[in-house]
Design a protein around this ligand. Sequence first.
Ligand code: FES
Ligand code: FES
Length: 136
Amino acid sequence: MAYSDKVIDHYSNPRNVGTLDKSKKNVGTGLVGAPECGDVMRLQIEVDDNNVITDAKFKTFGCGSAIASSSLATEWLKGKTIDEAVSIDNMDIVEELALPPVKIHCSVLAEDAIKSAINDFRVKNGLPALELEKSH
Ligand code: FES
Ligand code: FES
């Protein structure tokens, strides 16, 4: 199976790899794993007083599509409010990266990591956690 040019680009030159200080109140951390393959993704957001995401970082121990999905996700997150970010759908990532069906769950991992990071931020700041169940 061939990877798309965009996957290869993000995989060979991943954006925003790294770590934010998770002890900070304005940093949300999402850590998720894919039951399908055991790959693990950590995604973090830093949020300003207007609920705008000013920074995003990731570390993914996983396949090329998972790395590309999380790299793309961090690019999309920056500049969005946390309410806008919650509507990022894994199928947007699938479309942008031209992921084949067997790699759809890699994009689900990125969507789950985004939502888990947002919820971590919300709970830390006294907001109710969002209901994140999604059928895919
Ligand atoms: Fe499992 Fe990509 S995250 S194969
Ligand atoms: Fe793979 Fe939902 S678990 S697409």
